[in-house]
Design a protein around this ligand. Structure first.
Ligand code: SF4
Ligand code: SF3
Length: 577
């Protein structure tokens, strides 16, 4: 195997024997094959749309979900990938039949072999091959082994192969966000069309050109901006705009369910289904911002938040006395001690763990999770009594809430009481270098504010930053999940308008921590918007060669976080460098 799609990749170069995340070579091969197949399906859907105006709703939904399933820490179950690849080929066959029925033939070069496919046929041709025996996981792994990055690196070189991966990884994040929005009934035909056009592009001769690939990467950043806006609208139109809300980190006595991941729709369905059952529901990880939404906080049994960022999951889940619902990333291979308590939903999967699928109407029956929660002890009064008491945290500073205090923020900037704003957003992870982010906060002067989003917030979310001198405005404002980077961009754009300048000229610094491919999508959006001077850490992506990084440095002054010197980075950022 060879995988270097996330920040914790082995040795900063690539996981080759087994993933640091626990991904096996078998699952890696199946994921590679699924991406290969989906490139072909996406390409076919692109032809169907542009040649015959055919829009296939099942294909649109499937492509985004299948791509999402290959994102880091989403799915480790080989039988789920067997299903995905088979479904991809079935959908390919049904869409081909629709094209044939419409009397449309594909252009002669639609399946032209590209050198980087190596021993495999063009993905579109492979999907149509009837003679490929794909009876079981073993057969698929054999084929999947031929579709990895190595073949592309050999033909294209590391820089171009890595830039193709940059586009693919950005798509993984984008498709994940689009899939969340779709769960809430929000879709955009342009987004489906864009995704499939990028997949088609990756199968075309144009993808052999560095400039064309970079251009596609930035265009995908534009698509992701639409997607994040769509997801933000999906959340706010369904659950209302987030409002500042204190959240307890102290459990209460009673039966319990813990919900992790990013999917607010699942949490809502679970809150509905647990009403009146004597079960308290707690958020974990990226579900923390749920407490700020009026349509979710209204449920009295949404009892609080439990635990920290994803990488502490084995400790948090082992210590949770109830059932655990995994809506999306990040999920880790479970410990035996809680394996019987955990359930996967949506695109997530774990070997040997029950999965709850949606029915044809999108409804999910969470009875098995509820049943398990009722069997387990929950939090006993004694355990609650003994647990160390923690201070509340405050969530709910989406763009609406922040813009409602904009006049005070503007006045504070003009009077010099607010010197600088930091956006320290993104993912968390277990590597020691990530202490940089905790230390960064220690060096922040009192005359500054910090906006957080994503699970990176768990470095400091429970600390008291006080209020901005002379105001009631908290110095620490959590804007929500990683996708709420959209909110941060709305706030920055509005501030820039007031000061009659652009985002790059504001007293604002972005110091981003990345881990997985949602962060890649957000980064591509920021670059598409022309945001400069972003610090990125704790390590730069392994799939970007020094040559590729050089282009981003020259165009955007993108810089690596100086993890050895947080004080130095803070000084530079205060000087707007
Ligand atoms: Fe390694 Fe990350 Fe790939 Fe897992 S997702 S195999 S940790 S690079
Ligand atoms: Fe975290 Fe996995 Fe990226 Fe949504 S939960 S930010 S890492």
């Amino acid at each position: 195997m060879m995988c270097y799609q996330c920040e914790q990749t082995k040795g900063g170069t690539g996981c080759t024997e087994i993933g640091i995340c626990g991904k096996t070579p078998e699952v890696a091969a199946l994921q590679d094959l699924l991406i290969y197949s989906v490139k072909g399906l996406g390409s076919l859907a692109h032809h169907a749309r542009t040649l015959a105006g055919i829009e296939d709703a099942r294909v649109n939904t499937f492509v985004n979900g299948a791509i999402f399933s290959t994102l880091t820490n989403v799915n480790f179950a080989d039988d789920r990938f067997l299903e995905f690849v088979n479904e991809s080929r079935e959908l390919h066959a049904s869409l081909s039949a629709k094209l044939a029925a419409a009397g449309v033939t594909l252009p002669a070069d639609a399946t032209a072999q590209q050198p980087w496919f190596g021993s495999m046929p063009h993905p579109l041709a492979w999907n149509s091959q009837q003679d490929v025996a794909l009876g079981g996981v073993g057969d698929m792994i054999e084929v999947g082994l031929q579709t990895g990055i190595k073949a592309r690196q050999e033909v294209l070189g590391d820089t171009l192969a890595g830039l193709q991966e940059l586009l693919t990884y950005g798509l993984k994040g984008l498709c994940a966000y689009a899939h969340h929005a779709e769960a809430l009934g929000h879709t955009d035909p342009r987004v489906y069309a864009d995704v499939q056009e990028y997949l088609h592009f990756l199968c075309s001769p144009a993808a052999a050109d560095v400039g064309a690939v970079l251009d596609a990467c930035f265009r995908s950043g534009a698509t992701n901006f639409r997607v994040m806006e769509m997801l933000s609208n999906a959340h706010t139109s369904t659950f209302g705009h987030p409002v500042p809300t204190p959240v307890t980190l102290n459990p209460v006595p009673g039966k319990a369910i813990l919900v992790t991941g990013h999917d607010m729709h699942d949490l809502h369905m679970l809150l509905e289904q647990t009403q009146g059952k004597g079960i308290n529901v707690y958020t974990h990880g990226e579900m923390l911002p749920a407490h700020g939404y009026p349509g979710l906080k209204k449920y009295p049994h949404l009892a609080g938040h439990f635990g920290g960022a994803w990488y502490r999951q084995k400790i948090d889940f082992a210590g949770f006395p109830g059932a655990i619902a995994v809506t999306t990333n990040c999920v880790l291979d479970p410990l035996q001690v809680y394996k019987e308590n955990i359930f996967t939903i949506n695109e997530t999967g774990l070997a040997g763990v029950p999965h709850i699928a949606a029915d044809a109407s999108g409804h999910k029956d969470f009875s098995p999770i509820i049943q398990r929660a009722l069997e387990l002890p929950g939090f006993t009064p004694e355990a609650v009594e003994k647990a160390p008491k923690k201070r509340d945290v405050t969530v709910g500073f989406g763009h609406n809430a922040v813009l409602s205090v904009a006049p005070q923020v503007i006045e504070a900037i003009q009077s010099g009481r607010l010197e600088h704003i930091f956006l320290v957003g993104g993912c968390d992870g277990s590597e020691p270098q990530r202490k940089y982010y905790s230390k960064l906060y220690e060096h922040m002067p009192q005359s500054t504010m910090v906006l957080t989003l994503g699970c990176g917030k768990f470095r400091i979310f429970d600390q008291d930053f006080g209020t901005l001198p002379g105001t009631e405005i908290p110095r620490l404002l959590d804007m929500g999940q990683c996708n709420d980077a959209y909110s941060a961009l709305v706030v920055a754009t509005e501030l820039a308008k007031v000061f009659n300048t652009d985002v790059n000229s504001l007293p604002l610094s972005l110091d981003l921590s990345w881990f997985e491919q949602k962060a890649v999508a957000v980064l591509l959006t920021l670059l598409h918007l022309g945001v400069r001077n972003i610090r990125l850490g704790p390590r730069l992506p392994a799939f970007l060669t020094p040559e590729a990084v050089g282009v981003l440095v020259e165009k955007f002054n993108l810089m690596p976080a100086n993890v050895a010197d947080p004080a130095g980075d803070m000084k530079a950022m205060m000087a707007c460098k």
